[in-house]
Design a protein around this ligand. Structure first.
Ligand code: ACO
Length: 370
Protein backbone atom coordinates (compact mmCIF):
# COMPACT_ATOMS: atom_id res chain seq x y z
CA UNK A 1 0.00 0.00 0.00
CA UNK A 2 1.63 3.34 -1.02
CA UNK A 3 0.89 6.80 0.38
CA UNK A 4 -1.92 7.27 -2.18
CA UNK A 5 -3.66 3.98 -1.42
CA UNK A 6 -6.04 4.57 1.48
CA UNK A 7 -6.93 1.76 3.85
CA UNK A 8 -10.12 -0.08 2.84
CA UNK A 9 -13.16 1.83 4.06
CA UNK A 10 -14.85 0.85 7.30
CA UNK A 11 -18.34 -0.62 6.85
CA UNK A 12 -21.19 1.84 6.39
CA UNK A 13 -22.38 2.77 9.86
CA UNK A 14 -18.90 1.91 11.26
CA UNK A 15 -20.25 -1.45 12.43
CA UNK A 16 -17.56 -3.35 14.34
CA UNK A 17 -15.12 -0.41 14.32
CA UNK A 18 -13.47 0.28 17.68
CA UNK A 19 -13.08 4.06 18.00
CA UNK A 20 -12.29 4.53 21.70
CA UNK A 21 -10.95 2.86 24.81
CA UNK A 22 -13.19 3.52 27.78
CA UNK A 23 -13.38 2.75 31.47
CA UNK A 24 -17.03 3.85 31.53
CA UNK A 25 -19.22 1.05 30.22
CA UNK A 26 -19.21 -2.22 28.33
CA UNK A 27 -22.07 -3.41 26.17
CA UNK A 28 -21.83 -7.17 25.64
CA UNK A 29 -24.14 -7.78 22.69
CA UNK A 30 -23.80 -11.56 22.73
CA UNK A 31 -24.45 -12.11 26.45
CA UNK A 32 -26.95 -9.23 26.76
CA UNK A 33 -24.98 -7.62 29.56
CA UNK A 34 -24.24 -4.00 30.48
CA UNK A 35 -21.40 -3.08 32.84
CA UNK A 36 -20.97 0.47 34.12
CA UNK A 37 -17.59 1.13 35.76
CA UNK A 38 -17.28 -2.43 37.03
CA UNK A 39 -20.89 -2.72 38.22
CA UNK A 40 -23.52 -4.72 36.37
CA UNK A 41 -26.75 -2.93 35.54
CA UNK A 42 -28.65 -5.50 37.64
CA UNK A 43 -26.60 -4.47 40.70
CA UNK A 44 -27.19 -0.78 40.10
CA UNK A 45 -30.95 -0.83 39.49
CA UNK A 46 -32.95 -0.10 42.59
CA UNK A 47 -29.76 0.37 44.63
CA UNK A 48 -28.39 3.56 43.13
CA UNK A 49 -29.84 7.03 42.80
CA UNK A 50 -29.06 8.93 39.62
CA UNK A 51 -26.79 11.43 41.40
CA UNK A 52 -24.70 8.53 42.76
CA UNK A 53 -24.37 7.10 39.27
CA UNK A 54 -23.12 10.50 38.09
CA UNK A 55 -20.48 10.34 40.86
CA UNK A 56 -19.50 6.86 39.67
CA UNK A 57 -19.23 7.98 36.03
CA UNK A 58 -17.28 11.16 36.91
CA UNK A 59 -14.81 9.38 39.22
CA UNK A 60 -11.27 10.35 38.26
CA UNK A 61 -12.38 13.05 35.82
CA UNK A 62 -12.68 15.88 38.38
CA UNK A 63 -10.40 16.48 41.35
CA UNK A 64 -13.06 18.62 43.09
CA UNK A 65 -15.82 15.97 42.80
CA UNK A 66 -17.76 15.93 46.12
CA UNK A 67 -18.58 12.54 47.69
CA UNK A 68 -22.32 13.29 47.37
CA UNK A 69 -23.56 15.33 44.41
CA UNK A 70 -27.11 15.87 45.73
CA UNK A 71 -26.52 19.43 46.99
CA UNK A 72 -24.33 20.53 44.07
CA UNK A 73 -26.90 19.26 41.55
CA UNK A 74 -29.64 21.11 43.47
CA UNK A 75 -27.66 24.34 43.13
CA UNK A 76 -27.12 23.65 39.44
CA UNK A 77 -30.87 23.11 38.88
CA UNK A 78 -31.60 26.47 40.51
CA UNK A 79 -28.95 28.19 38.39
CA UNK A 80 -30.21 26.89 35.06
CA UNK A 81 -33.84 27.68 35.91
CA UNK A 82 -32.95 31.33 35.17
CA UNK A 83 -32.88 30.38 31.48
CA UNK A 84 -36.54 29.31 31.53
CA UNK A 85 -37.54 32.99 31.13
CA UNK A 86 -36.31 32.67 27.53
CA UNK A 87 -38.94 30.01 26.82
CA UNK A 88 -41.14 32.24 24.65
CA UNK A 89 -44.12 31.23 22.54
CA UNK A 90 -41.98 30.64 19.41
CA UNK A 91 -39.73 28.23 21.30
CA UNK A 92 -42.65 26.54 23.05
CA UNK A 93 -44.21 25.88 19.63
CA UNK A 94 -41.28 23.61 18.74
CA UNK A 95 -40.97 19.92 19.59
CA UNK A 96 -39.94 19.58 23.27
CA UNK A 97 -36.48 18.24 22.41
CA UNK A 98 -35.85 21.22 20.12
CA UNK A 99 -37.03 23.71 22.75
CA UNK A 100 -34.88 22.02 25.42
CA UNK A 101 -31.89 22.03 23.05
CA UNK A 102 -32.34 25.75 22.35
CA UNK A 103 -32.42 26.53 26.08
CA UNK A 104 -29.36 24.34 26.69
CA UNK A 105 -27.50 26.18 23.92
CA UNK A 106 -27.77 29.33 26.07
CA UNK A 107 -25.42 27.77 28.66
CA UNK A 108 -21.78 28.84 28.48
CA UNK A 109 -19.17 26.38 27.26
CA UNK A 110 -16.46 25.17 29.62
CA UNK A 111 -14.86 22.00 30.94
CA UNK A 112 -15.09 22.42 34.71
CA UNK A 113 -17.35 20.59 37.17
CA UNK A 114 -19.88 23.46 37.61
CA UNK A 115 -20.37 23.49 33.81
CA UNK A 116 -20.87 19.72 33.80
CA UNK A 117 -23.41 19.88 36.65
CA UNK A 118 -25.36 22.67 34.94
CA UNK A 119 -25.52 20.50 31.83
CA UNK A 120 -26.88 17.58 33.89
CA UNK A 121 -29.39 19.94 35.52
CA UNK A 122 -30.48 21.50 32.22
CA UNK A 123 -32.66 18.76 30.65
CA UNK A 124 -34.03 17.92 34.13
CA UNK A 125 -35.24 21.51 34.61
CA UNK A 126 -36.07 22.54 31.03
CA UNK A 127 -38.13 19.44 30.15
CA UNK A 128 -40.82 19.88 32.85
CA UNK A 129 -40.86 23.63 32.08
CA UNK A 130 -41.41 23.05 28.35
CA UNK A 131 -44.11 20.43 29.00
CA UNK A 132 -45.95 22.76 31.38
CA UNK A 133 -45.70 25.83 29.13
CA UNK A 134 -46.96 23.76 26.17
CA UNK A 135 -49.93 22.74 28.35
CA UNK A 136 -50.63 26.39 29.25
CA UNK A 137 -49.22 26.06 32.79
CA UNK A 138 -46.53 28.07 34.55
CA UNK A 139 -43.10 26.46 35.03
CA UNK A 140 -42.30 25.37 38.59
CA UNK A 141 -38.89 26.35 40.00
CA UNK A 142 -36.59 23.63 41.34
CA UNK A 143 -36.22 22.78 45.02
CA UNK A 144 -32.43 22.55 45.44
CA UNK A 145 -32.80 20.44 48.61
CA UNK A 146 -34.66 17.63 46.81
CA UNK A 147 -33.09 14.53 45.32
CA UNK A 148 -32.80 14.91 41.54
CA UNK A 149 -35.55 12.47 40.46
CA UNK A 150 -37.97 13.70 43.13
CA UNK A 151 -37.48 17.30 41.99
CA UNK A 152 -37.96 16.48 38.29
CA UNK A 153 -41.35 14.87 38.98
CA UNK A 154 -42.40 17.69 41.31
CA UNK A 155 -41.45 20.28 38.65
CA UNK A 156 -43.56 18.27 36.18
CA UNK A 157 -46.77 17.83 38.17
CA UNK A 158 -46.57 20.39 40.98
CA UNK A 159 -46.94 17.73 43.68
CA UNK A 160 -44.27 15.62 45.39
CA UNK A 161 -44.05 12.18 43.75
CA UNK A 162 -44.68 8.92 45.58
CA UNK A 163 -41.69 6.81 46.50
CA UNK A 164 -42.59 4.35 43.71
CA UNK A 165 -42.66 7.15 41.15
CA UNK A 166 -39.33 8.64 42.26
CA UNK A 167 -37.75 5.17 42.36
CA UNK A 168 -39.13 4.47 38.87
CA UNK A 169 -37.55 7.62 37.42
CA UNK A 170 -34.26 6.96 39.23
CA UNK A 171 -34.21 3.41 37.83
CA UNK A 172 -34.80 4.78 34.33
CA UNK A 173 -32.13 7.50 34.54
CA UNK A 174 -29.59 4.98 35.87
CA UNK A 175 -30.52 2.46 33.16
CA UNK A 176 -29.93 4.88 30.28
CA UNK A 177 -27.04 6.94 31.71
CA UNK A 178 -24.30 5.28 29.70
CA UNK A 179 -24.11 2.66 26.97
CA UNK A 180 -20.77 2.34 25.22
CA UNK A 181 -20.14 4.18 21.98
CA UNK A 182 -23.72 4.69 20.83
CA UNK A 183 -24.37 7.31 18.15
CA UNK A 184 -24.99 10.23 20.52
CA UNK A 185 -22.00 9.41 22.74
CA UNK A 186 -19.76 9.11 19.70
CA UNK A 187 -21.02 12.51 18.49
CA UNK A 188 -20.27 14.01 21.91
CA UNK A 189 -16.76 12.50 21.92
CA UNK A 190 -15.99 13.83 18.44
CA UNK A 191 -16.96 17.36 19.47
CA UNK A 192 -15.11 17.07 22.79
CA UNK A 193 -11.97 16.03 20.89
CA UNK A 194 -11.92 19.42 19.14
CA UNK A 195 -11.78 21.05 22.62
CA UNK A 196 -14.96 22.99 21.86
CA UNK A 197 -16.22 22.53 25.44
CA UNK A 198 -18.75 20.39 27.27
CA UNK A 199 -21.84 22.37 26.25
CA UNK A 200 -20.96 21.88 22.58
CA UNK A 201 -20.31 18.18 23.15
CA UNK A 202 -23.64 17.71 24.94
CA UNK A 203 -25.56 19.60 22.23
CA UNK A 204 -24.02 17.28 19.64
CA UNK A 205 -25.09 14.29 21.72
CA UNK A 206 -28.62 15.59 22.11
CA UNK A 207 -28.92 16.29 18.38
CA UNK A 208 -27.91 12.71 17.59
CA UNK A 209 -30.18 11.30 20.28
CA UNK A 210 -33.36 12.83 18.88
CA UNK A 211 -33.44 10.67 15.74
CA UNK A 212 -36.06 7.89 15.62
CA UNK A 213 -33.39 5.20 15.15
CA UNK A 214 -31.84 6.22 18.48
CA UNK A 215 -33.51 8.07 21.38
CA UNK A 216 -36.53 9.18 19.37
CA UNK A 217 -38.03 5.67 19.37
CA UNK A 218 -40.11 5.53 22.60
CA UNK A 219 -42.68 8.15 21.56
CA UNK A 220 -43.53 6.11 18.43
CA UNK A 221 -43.83 2.98 20.65
CA UNK A 222 -46.86 4.63 22.26
CA UNK A 223 -48.23 5.48 18.79
CA UNK A 224 -47.84 1.79 17.89
CA UNK A 225 -49.60 0.62 21.07
CA UNK A 226 -52.40 3.15 20.57
CA UNK A 227 -52.68 2.18 16.89
CA UNK A 228 -53.05 -1.49 17.84
CA UNK A 229 -55.57 -0.72 20.59
CA UNK A 230 -56.53 -4.33 21.45
CA UNK A 231 -54.27 -7.42 21.79
CA UNK A 232 -56.21 -9.24 19.06
CA UNK A 233 -55.26 -6.50 16.55
CA UNK A 234 -51.54 -6.86 17.21
CA UNK A 235 -50.58 -9.38 14.53
CA UNK A 236 -52.46 -7.68 11.70
CA UNK A 237 -51.15 -4.22 12.66
CA UNK A 238 -47.54 -5.41 12.92
CA UNK A 239 -47.66 -7.43 9.71
CA UNK A 240 -49.14 -4.43 7.91
CA UNK A 241 -46.38 -2.12 9.18
CA UNK A 242 -43.63 -4.53 8.12
CA UNK A 243 -45.28 -5.06 4.71
CA UNK A 244 -45.09 -1.28 4.20
CA UNK A 245 -41.33 -1.51 4.93
CA UNK A 246 -41.62 0.18 8.33
CA UNK A 247 -39.50 -0.72 11.35
CA UNK A 248 -41.07 -1.65 14.64
CA UNK A 249 -40.00 0.89 17.21
CA UNK A 250 -38.57 -0.61 20.41
CA UNK A 251 -37.12 -3.66 18.63
CA UNK A 252 -33.67 -4.38 17.19
CA UNK A 253 -30.27 -3.08 18.18
CA UNK A 254 -26.90 -2.57 16.52
CA UNK A 255 -24.97 -4.36 19.27
CA UNK A 256 -27.39 -6.68 21.09
CA UNK A 257 -28.07 -9.96 19.33
CA UNK A 258 -30.14 -11.02 22.33
CA UNK A 259 -32.59 -9.14 24.49
CA UNK A 260 -31.42 -5.67 25.59
CA UNK A 261 -30.79 -6.11 29.37
CA UNK A 262 -32.12 -2.59 29.92
CA UNK A 263 -35.58 -3.72 28.76
CA UNK A 264 -35.70 -6.25 31.60
CA UNK A 265 -34.17 -3.79 34.08
CA UNK A 266 -37.12 -1.48 33.44
CA UNK A 267 -39.78 -4.17 33.70
CA UNK A 268 -39.70 -4.22 37.54
CA UNK A 269 -40.20 -0.45 37.92
CA UNK A 270 -42.88 -0.53 35.19
CA UNK A 271 -44.78 -3.25 37.05
CA UNK A 272 -44.39 -1.41 40.38
CA UNK A 273 -45.80 1.75 38.80
CA UNK A 274 -48.63 -0.18 37.16
CA UNK A 275 -49.57 -1.64 40.55
CA UNK A 276 -49.70 1.83 42.12
CA UNK A 277 -52.75 4.05 41.87
CA UNK A 278 -53.57 6.03 38.77
CA UNK A 279 -52.02 3.83 36.09
CA UNK A 280 -54.19 2.44 33.28
CA UNK A 281 -55.16 -1.10 34.33
CA UNK A 282 -54.12 -3.81 31.89
CA UNK A 283 -51.64 -1.56 30.08
CA UNK A 284 -48.59 -3.73 30.91
CA UNK A 285 -50.34 -7.00 30.03
CA UNK A 286 -51.47 -5.45 26.73
CA UNK A 287 -47.93 -4.24 25.95
CA UNK A 288 -46.53 -7.69 26.78
CA UNK A 289 -49.01 -9.27 24.35
CA UNK A 290 -47.92 -6.81 21.63
CA UNK A 291 -44.27 -7.53 22.42
CA UNK A 292 -44.81 -11.30 22.15
CA UNK A 293 -46.60 -10.92 18.80
CA UNK A 294 -43.88 -8.61 17.49
CA UNK A 295 -41.07 -10.97 18.48
CA UNK A 296 -42.85 -13.90 16.87
CA UNK A 297 -43.45 -12.02 13.62
CA UNK A 298 -39.92 -10.54 13.51
CA UNK A 299 -38.47 -14.07 13.77
CA UNK A 300 -40.27 -14.99 10.54
CA UNK A 301 -39.75 -11.60 8.93
CA UNK A 302 -35.94 -11.62 9.42
CA UNK A 303 -34.94 -15.23 10.12
CA UNK A 304 -31.21 -14.44 9.75
CA UNK A 305 -31.17 -11.35 11.91
CA UNK A 306 -31.98 -11.72 15.63
CA UNK A 307 -34.31 -8.82 16.46
CA UNK A 308 -35.32 -8.56 20.10
CA UNK A 309 -36.88 -6.00 22.42
CA UNK A 310 -34.73 -2.95 23.13
CA UNK A 311 -34.78 -0.46 26.00
CA UNK A 312 -37.20 1.88 24.24
CA UNK A 313 -40.19 -0.48 24.47
CA UNK A 314 -40.34 -0.48 28.28
CA UNK A 315 -39.09 3.10 28.42
CA UNK A 316 -42.31 4.09 26.70
CA UNK A 317 -44.46 2.32 29.30
CA UNK A 318 -42.46 3.68 32.21
CA UNK A 319 -42.45 7.30 31.07
CA UNK A 320 -46.14 7.10 30.20
CA UNK A 321 -46.86 5.83 33.74
CA UNK A 322 -44.89 8.78 35.11
CA UNK A 323 -47.13 11.19 33.13
CA UNK A 324 -44.52 12.43 30.69
CA UNK A 325 -46.17 13.13 27.33
CA UNK A 326 -44.78 10.87 24.55
CA UNK A 327 -43.58 13.87 22.55
CA UNK A 328 -41.16 14.65 25.42
CA UNK A 329 -39.81 11.11 25.98
CA UNK A 330 -36.51 11.88 24.19
CA UNK A 331 -35.91 14.77 26.60
CA UNK A 332 -36.27 12.38 29.55
CA UNK A 333 -33.77 10.04 27.88
CA UNK A 334 -31.41 13.02 27.64
CA UNK A 335 -31.82 13.68 31.41
CA UNK A 336 -30.05 10.35 32.00
CA UNK A 337 -27.73 10.05 29.00
CA UNK A 338 -26.25 13.53 29.54
CA UNK A 339 -24.19 11.97 32.37
CA UNK A 340 -22.63 9.50 29.94
CA UNK A 341 -21.98 12.17 27.28
CA UNK A 342 -20.13 14.29 29.85
CA UNK A 343 -18.04 11.43 31.24
CA UNK A 344 -17.11 10.33 27.73
CA UNK A 345 -16.28 13.92 26.75
CA UNK A 346 -13.92 14.18 29.74
CA UNK A 347 -12.38 10.81 28.90
CA UNK A 348 -11.90 11.84 25.27
CA UNK A 349 -10.32 15.14 26.30
CA UNK A 350 -7.87 13.26 28.51
CA UNK A 351 -6.53 11.44 25.42
CA UNK A 352 -5.70 14.85 23.93
CA UNK A 353 -6.30 13.45 20.46
CA UNK A 354 -8.54 14.98 17.76
CA UNK A 355 -10.98 12.46 16.24
CA UNK A 356 -10.47 12.75 12.51
CA UNK A 357 -11.11 9.68 10.33
CA UNK A 358 -10.75 9.61 6.56
CA UNK A 359 -13.12 9.07 3.68
CA UNK A 360 -12.58 7.44 0.32
CA UNK A 361 -13.39 9.75 -2.58
CA UNK A 362 -15.65 8.00 -5.10
CA UNK A 363 -16.72 11.10 -7.06
CA UNK A 364 -15.58 12.12 -10.53
CA UNK A 365 -12.00 13.23 -11.28
CA UNK A 366 -11.57 16.87 -12.44
CA UNK A 367 -12.01 17.19 -16.19
CA UNK A 368 -8.74 17.54 -18.14
CA UNK A 369 -7.98 21.17 -18.95
CA UNK A 370 -10.69 22.58 -16.68
N1 ACO B 1 -38.30 -3.60 12.75
C1 ACO B 1 -38.27 -4.21 11.57
N2 ACO B 1 -37.15 -4.53 10.91
C2 ACO B 1 -35.99 -4.23 11.52
C3 ACO B 1 -35.94 -3.61 12.77
C4 ACO B 1 -37.16 -3.29 13.39
N3 ACO B 1 -37.20 -2.67 14.58
N4 ACO B 1 -34.65 -3.42 13.11
C5 ACO B 1 -33.92 -3.91 12.13
N5 ACO B 1 -34.71 -4.39 11.15
C6 ACO B 1 -34.32 -5.00 9.90
C7 ACO B 1 -33.74 -3.94 8.96
O1 ACO B 1 -34.75 -3.36 8.15
C8 ACO B 1 -32.75 -4.73 8.16
O2 ACO B 1 -33.42 -5.39 7.12
P1 ACO B 1 -32.79 -5.37 5.62
O3 ACO B 1 -31.47 -6.06 5.76
O4 ACO B 1 -33.80 -6.10 4.81
O5 ACO B 1 -32.63 -3.93 5.27
C9 ACO B 1 -32.26 -5.81 9.14
O6 ACO B 1 -33.26 -5.92 10.15
C10 ACO B 1 -30.95 -5.47 9.78
O7 ACO B 1 -31.09 -4.20 10.36
P2 ACO B 1 -29.91 -3.14 10.39
O8 ACO B 1 -30.41 -1.89 9.72
O9 ACO B 1 -28.62 -3.71 9.93
O10 ACO B 1 -29.80 -2.91 11.91
P3 ACO B 1 -28.99 -1.75 12.58
O11 ACO B 1 -27.98 -2.37 13.41
O12 ACO B 1 -28.54 -0.70 11.66
O13 ACO B 1 -30.21 -1.13 13.37
C11 ACO B 1 -31.60 -0.12 14.87
C12 ACO B 1 -30.35 -0.97 14.72
C13 ACO B 1 -31.39 1.23 14.17
C14 ACO B 1 -31.84 0.12 16.35
C15 ACO B 1 -32.81 -0.86 14.25
O14 ACO B 1 -32.97 -2.12 14.84
C16 ACO B 1 -34.08 -0.05 14.32
O15 ACO B 1 -34.32 0.80 13.45
N6 ACO B 1 -34.94 -0.29 15.35
C17 ACO B 1 -36.17 0.49 15.52
C18 ACO B 1 -35.85 1.83 16.16
C19 ACO B 1 -35.51 1.69 17.63
O16 ACO B 1 -36.14 0.96 18.38
N7 ACO B 1 -34.47 2.43 18.03
C20 ACO B 1 -33.98 2.44 19.41
C21 ACO B 1 -32.72 1.65 19.53
S1 ACO B 1 -32.15 1.56 21.20
C22 ACO B 1 -31.44 3.07 21.46
O17 ACO B 1 -30.94 3.70 20.57
C23 ACO B 1 -31.41 3.61 22.80
Amino acid sequence: MNAHTPAPPAPEGLEGVVAARTVLSEVDGQAGRLIIRGRSLDDLIGQTRFEDLVSLLFEGFYEDLPADLTAALGVARSEVFAEVRHLDTDLAAQAPVEAVRALMARLADGDDLPTALRLIAAPAVFTPAVIRVQAGQAPIPPDPASPHAVDILRMLTGTPPSQTQAAGLDAYLVTVADHGLNASTFAARVVASTRAGLTSAVLAGLSALKGPLHGGAPGPVIEMLDGIGQPENARAWIEGALARGERLMGFGHRIYRVRDPRADALKGPVRALAASAGVRPGRVAFAEAVEAAALDILRTHKPDRPLDTNVEFYTALLLEALDFPPKAFTCVFAMGRVAGWLAHAREQLATGRLVRPQSVYVGPEPRQGS
